[in-house]
Design a protein around this ligand. Sequence first.
Ligand SMILES: NC(=O)C1=CN([C@@H]2O[C@H](COP(=O)(O)OP(=O)(O)OC[C@H]3O[C@@H](n4cnc5c(N)ncnc54)[C@H](OP(=O)(O)O)[C@@H]3O)[C@@H](O)[C@H]2O)[C@@H](O)CC1
Ligand SMILES: [K+]
Length: 497
Amino acid sequence: MDNHLYTVAQVRAIEEAACAGLPPGTLMRRAGDAAARFALELLGERRDKPVLVLAGPGNNGGDALEVAANLADSGVDATVLFQPGQREISDEAQSAHERARSGTVGFIDMLPPSGDWGLVVDGLFGIGLARPIEGDYREMVEAVNAMRCPVLALDVPSGLDADTGAVIGPGGVAVRATHTITFLGDKSGLHTLDGRDSAGHVRVEMLGVSPELLPPPSARLGTAELFAHRLAARRHNSHKGSFGDVAVLGGAHGMAGAPVLAARGALYGGAGRVFVAMLDSGPGYDSVQPELMFRTADGFDFTGRTLVIGPGMGDSAGAMRLLARALDSDSPLLVDADAINLIGASPDLLARLAGRGAPSVLTPHPLEAARLLGQSTGVIQADRLAAAREIALRTRATVILKGSGSVIAQPDGALVINPTGNAGLATAGSGDVLAGICGALLAQAWPAGEAAIGAAWIHGAAADLLVAHGIGPIGMTAGELPAAARAVLNLLVAEVS
Ligand SMILES: NC(=O)C1=CN([C@@H]2O[C@H](COP(=O)(O)OP(=O)(O)OC[C@H]3O[C@@H](n4cnc5c(N)ncnc54)[C@H](OP(=O)(O)O)[C@@H]3O)[C@@H](O)[C@H]2O)[C@@H](O)CC1
Ligand SMILES: [K+]
């Protein structure tokens, strides 16, 4: 399947199984062929420009040498900087080296101070990188990152942990590629944390391996197909009661903006009616969105309503009571922001969450996740998939761990990485809008898992749509997201109808 993600350990197992039935070096030659074809595509009209190929000490370097030989065979001026280590290189890499040496590939010992490269091919390290990149290798990575030309990473951008998306440290560096061709299965680390910045556009090349050799994926990349069956054109004969009520619970004194943004997200996400139940008396209405109905949280009836709790809620005793009441309710519940922090500080609230019968979704950012697990943010970000899965297991809720490549974890351990969105979402209030959109999908009877995957995808796609229209990423505001999310949602519905 296109969206399957594998761990490095799984890819090693796939490699072993595939190699068993093939003559030695076959996979490396196939990798070199596919990557050279991709390189030629990237060069396009600029085939007369020289290509710099960096080849490291392992089989990633072997792939690079195959690419160089192939490019030279295609008439491209390919220059290799081959930096083997102390260890002997593998037989396959040795063959690739001999092949490159026997053709027209040029070899250099150090990078020239400047060069007008049409493309750089990064074959320094792949999935075998075991420690931070240092010394000469580090200088090469830094030099590549200062170049302006396209950079094609082989398998994994050198320096990146293919499982976690973290730059291998401490104090490590990673290539920032414009494109990555990854072999024998897509890898989670290319799509979360630093992965998206490092890998650029990812192409998956299975090297002709039979699908029967593939294990069940460790995670999946989010796609609209994962929730498309929930999208349906609206019947003419429908009314506002047909699409559910969302009530956003929050809004302590001076913090009305967050629940209002969440409520707008819910409204544009298609909820039939949206309430804002404020802890503080706050505003009586939203002049931009007068469709929203304002109430006081005290005594607000939850019956038959989907609840989005936490935006701007604070940590007062009243907030705790409201949260306890929401957790004990039978309503579908989305827990965000301050409500997550309160749960992180209270084993009692955590137990109430874990014991819920109705659908629950939690949307922590990394700091909120850290509070929930009693860890540092660094620990969370070092393995976002593991952190999201752990929170889902402890809370028995669906979790969206936000950040570049949001990770959606289900209580049964299933993981999805959301591929949409951009840096424009790194702005105050965008999480509130996500909470509102997810609340709207829950209110329209989507199960928690699909609501979370769908909301993250739609929210990110909304940001992508805004960027496509020149609105962001710089200066994109959360308030611009709801209408864009509505456009995305309607486009999706039109596609499936
Ligand atoms: N898997 C597959 O199916 C296929 C794999 N293929 C390709 O092979 C790649 C995996 O190859 P790999 O195992 O040789 O690992 P790779 O990433 O080249 O580096 C390991 C080398 O680096 C060294 N080293 C490590 N860290 C270091 C550091 N910080 N600084 C310096 N040195 C360091 C380490 O030696 P060490 O010093 O640790 O003893 C070792 O020599 C994979 O990503 C894909 O591109 C394809 O051919 C198709 C089929
Ligand atoms: K690489």
